[in-house]
Design a protein around this ligand. Structure first.
Ligand code: HEM
Length: 545
């Protein structure tokens, strides 16, 4: 535990008026779950045959040349950062922050992939709030095994090694199974142990909670209430969602259009007035299926096939093993991964100055485009059983949820519709753009009728595609490199859905800082140059030993 807690302001300094209305009565029972619903109720369901969706999924799951890279460290030393699938605008850690946020908001373990579903009859097993229920579970009364005996701190797991950035890296807590059984994570959402990276992000959040608990402890030893610590943690996390994650993924322009008060020039906020043009609810916010089944699944295209976890491991790690199932250098979760696999976060987020190339560089996420890396085409049985292709699952889920087409949504939003001959399938880079297949060449069913998830990915790659189309017939290497450095973020349809749902959910939560305390700011001692983002949260979490 961090003993250095001298000079702390009173606990109430980070909360308005010494306490927050309702904070003493945290949500219970039915409020631990939420509802699904529709955002575009008036639009008809897009129809496709399963065969057409399978053909699209197959082409979208391309094996890029880059994925055949060796994992040997000797070869990495010579590696240049020229991997064309890299997204220069988004570091690799945001993929897993995105997955972590998803697990905080939505969980649909019940809907069918074979027959139609009525979203309004489905239960979301997560609260539609940025309340970290994936960390806190249903609270200390219901899940006491997640909490330390003092009723204030969260349990953590064993120490793991290999990160020169943080020698005190911890695993999530795990059970002690019978011989031969996997050690399962004891955490608020089992999916946060799905791979080593998201699992260590969960452990980092647990440490951040403990760090806040110690920071708010007074010099005389007076400890804060658990609920107060939880609220400070949640508000810092909400701040990151609005000020770091969203601008990175949807861009500042769309974000400021949805929530103008976030503009840096706004000094004082008496109350937030979001511009929610399409996401509306009556009594309680809900998760729209257009978000959970299409727009927010954009993150699947950001997943890299191979990651360097730290600089001491000799081998890099593949996201999932080959079908032979050798887990030696794999990030496959739902088990206690080998002890030397501590994630060095400086290789995943811009925390420190790093060279652009070489083994200490910050790895980039893959571009948001209409291709997924090959390992996601054959998910291991621990992740998905009947249909192993993630692209196919996403597409078939949109069919059984009766989502509208991408073109129908763009039209309703008053946006220009991407013409059929501009809807390409594949990787967004100078070499591949020319070879990409047109969607309508996969099946004529897709004529002016693209699955929403696909359309949102295709929209994101438009900037690269247009630049690639302007290249001369035999482009020079510098010309190609210039195209490959164009970042991809969500476009007007995808960005608007994600932006409105995030802002709408936070605004609809009467416990969020947007509603309770619009002028709230992160703890100054936690900021660097006045900024608080995921990098600063990691630096604080690291201080809890
Ligand atoms: C290695 C990384 C990942 C893997 C293996 C993975 C795998 C999966 C699987 C198997 C499903 C269930 C699919 C279905 O049956 O419909 C799913 C759902 C989902 N994924 Fe991912 N995912 C990953 C990363 C991400 C990221 C980075 C994001 C977003 C930034 C994301 C967003 C979602 C969403 C929104 C759902 C629907 C959740 C629900 O409502 O139940 N995933 N993912």
């Amino acid at each position: 535990m961090n003993p250095n807690n001298s000079g702390r302001p009173t606990n109430s300094a980070y909360r308005p008026h010494g306490g927050v209305r309702g904070a003493e009565f945290p949500p219970r029972s039915s409020l631990f779950e939420g509802r699904f619903g529709r955002m575009f109720r008036t639009l008809p369901a897009a129809r496709f045959s399963v065969g057409a969706l399978q053909a699209l999924a197959k082409i979208g799951n391309m094996t890029a040349e880059h994925e055949d890279q060796p994992t040997s460290e000797d070869e990495i030393d010579n590696e240049e950062n020229t991997g064309t699938p890299d997204n220069p605008g988004i570091a690799a850690g945001y993929t897993y922050l995105g997955q972590f946020i998803d697990h905080d908001l939505t969980f649909d373990p019940a809907s069918s992939l074979q027959s139609k579903n009525d979203p309004e009859a489905l239960v979301d097993f997560r609260t539609p709030r940025f309340d970290l229920d994936c960390v806190y579970g249903r609270g200390p009364d219901d899940q006491p095994y997640l909490y330390a005996d003092d009723g204030l701190h969260m349990h953590l797991g064993r120490k793991v090694t290999g990160s020169s950035f943080d020698p005190n890296t911890r695993d999530v807590p795990r059970n002690t199974p019978n011989p031969g059984e996997p050690a399962r994570a004891l955490i608020g959402d089992p999916r946060n142990d799905e791979n080593t990276i998201v699992s260590q992000l969960q452990a980092t959040m647990l440490r951040f909670h403990n760090r806040v608990a110690d920071f708010l402890t007074q010099p005389d030893g007076q400890t804060p209430k658990f609920e107060d610590v939880q609220q400070v943690v949640r508000w810092h996390y909400q701040w990151i969602v609005l000020h770091d994650f969203l601008p990175t993924i949807i861009g500042k322009e769309t974000l400021y259009d949805v929530l103008p008060q976030l503009k840096p020039e706004v000094q004082h906020i008496s109350h937030f007035t979001p511009h929610l043009k399409f996401y509306k609810w009556n009594k309680e916010p809900f998760i729209p299926v257009e978000f959970s089944v299409a727009a927010y699944r954009f993150g699947h295209s950001m997943v890299r096939p191979i990651y360097r976890l730290n600089t001491t491991l000799k081998e890099r790690q593949v996201i999932f093993p080959d079908p032979n199932g050798d887990l030696t250098n794999s990030l496959t979760g739902f088990r206690a991964f080998p002890e030397d696999r501590a994630v060095d976060w400086t290789l995943f987020f811009p925390i420190e100055d790093r060279p652009a190339t070489g083994k200490t560089r910050v790895q980039a996420s893959y571009k948001i485009d209409s291709s997924l890396v090959n390992p996601l085409g054959t998910l291991p049985p621990s992740v998905a059983k009947d249909i192993p292709s993630l692209a196919e699952r996403n597409l078939r889920r949109s069919l059984t949820m009766e989502l509208p087409s991408g073109q129908a949504v763009a039209c309703l939003m008053g946006l220009p519709i991407i013409p059929d001959d501009q809807l390409l399938v594949g990787k967004a880079n100078a070499d591949d753009a020319a070879k990409n297949t047109r969607l309508i060449d996969i099946s004529t069913e897709f004529r002016n009728n693209a699955p929403l998830w696909y359309y949102i990915l295709a929209e994101a790659q438009q900037a690269v595609q247009h630049a690639a189309q302007k290249l001369p017939k035999n482009p020079s290497e510098p010309d190609k490199a210039a195209v490959n450095t164009i970042p991809t973020r969500l476009g007007p349809v995808g960005g608007r859905i994600v932006g409105e749902v995030f802002v709408g959910l936070m605004f609809g939560d009467s416990h969020s800082y947007l509603r309770q305390y619009p002028n709230w700011q992160p703890i100054p001692a936690f900021c660097r140059n006045g900024h608080f983002g995921i990098a600063e949260l990691i630096l604080q979490a690291k201080q809890w030993i």
